[in-house]
Design a protein. Structure first.
Length: 216
C-alpha cells in the first residue's frame, strides 16, 4: 500500500520535523514526508530535511502582498509534491481563511497546551500564571479560527514546583515528539474519522488518544 504523502510547514528549528522524520524511517510507518516548506530561508529545520534527502522549498511571506496570496503560493508548492496531509511544525504564520478551507480535514497542528485552555502564544507562561497543575500539548485539525479546530489527541505533563516557562516548555516538547508521529500514523492508517467538530480514532482503545508523561 502506498504511504500517505505528508507536507511539513516550518519556520524554525524543526524539532517536531526531526521526530516525524525519525518515525518515518520505520518500515511499517504508513506515511512519508514528501516535502518541507518554510517561510524563512534561515530556518534550521531546512537543514534537517535536506540531510534526510527530503525536498525543501522556501516561500517567503515577504514576497506576497497579503495572507491569501502567500497561502496560495504555499499550497501550490504542496500540491506540486502531491501532498495529501499538511502538518504544521512550528509554522509561525496565521493563515487566511482560504488555506484551512482548501486543506479542510487534511491540515493538522500541535499546540503546546491542553486546548481549549491557553490559546495563542506564550502558553506556558499563561499556564504558570494560572497556577494549573497539569499542562501538555494538543494535536488538532486546523480551522479558520486560531487554535480552535477539533481535537485529535493530547499528551499531559505535570506542572512541577519551581517550574519556569523554559522547563515546562521543554517537558511539553518531549511529549510533542511522542504524540505528533502517532497522530500522523493514524492518518496514514486511515483511522481518523471526522464528524463535525469531533474526531474519532477508529480501531483503537478509547484511551489511546491521551498520553501521560513518564516524567515526574
Amino acid at each position: 500500500m502506498a504511504k500517505l504523502k505528508v507536507g511539513v510547514l516550518i519556520s524554525g528549528r524543526g524539532s517536531n520535523l526531526a521526530a516525524l522524520i525519525e518515525a518515518a524511517r520505520a518500515a511499517d510507518y504508513p506515511a512519508g514526508i514528501g516535502c518541507v516548506v518554510s517561510n524563512k530561508a534561515d530556518a534550521p529545520g531546512l537543514s534537517i530535511a535536506a540531510a534526510a534527502g527530503i525536498p525543501t522549498a522556501i516561500v517567503s511571506h515577504r514576497d506576497h502582498p497579503d495572507r491569501e496570496t502567500f497561502d496560495r503560493a504555499v499550497s501550490a508548492e504542496l500540491e506540486r509534491h502531491g501532498v495529501e496531509l499538511v502538518v504544521l511544525a512550528g509554522f509561525m504564520r496565521i493563515f487566511s481563511p482560504w488555506f484551512p478551507t482548501r486543506w479542510a480535514n487534511r491540515l493538522i497542528n500541535i499546540h503546546p497546551s491542553l486546548l481549549p485552555a491557553f490559546k495563542g502564544t506564550h502558553v506556558q507562561r499563561q499556564a504558570l500564571a494560572a497556577g494549573v497543575r497539569v499542562s501538555g500539548c494538543t494535536a488538532h485539525l486546523v480551522t479558520p479560527d486560531l487554535d480552535s479546530g477539533p481535537i485529535i489527541a493530547q499528551a499531559a505533563v505535570p506542572v512541577l514546583a519551581g517550574d519556569t516557562e523554559e522547563t515546562l516548555s521543554a517537558r511539553i516538547l518531549r511529549q510533542e515528539h511522542r504524540l505528533y508521529p502517532l497522530v500522523v500514523r493514524w492518518f496514514g492508517e486511515g483511522r481518523i474519522a471526522i464528524d463535525g467538530e469531533t474526531v474519532e480514532v477508529t480501531g483503537l482503545a478509547c484511551d489511546a488518544t491521551l498520553l501521560f508523561s513518564r516524567e515526574t
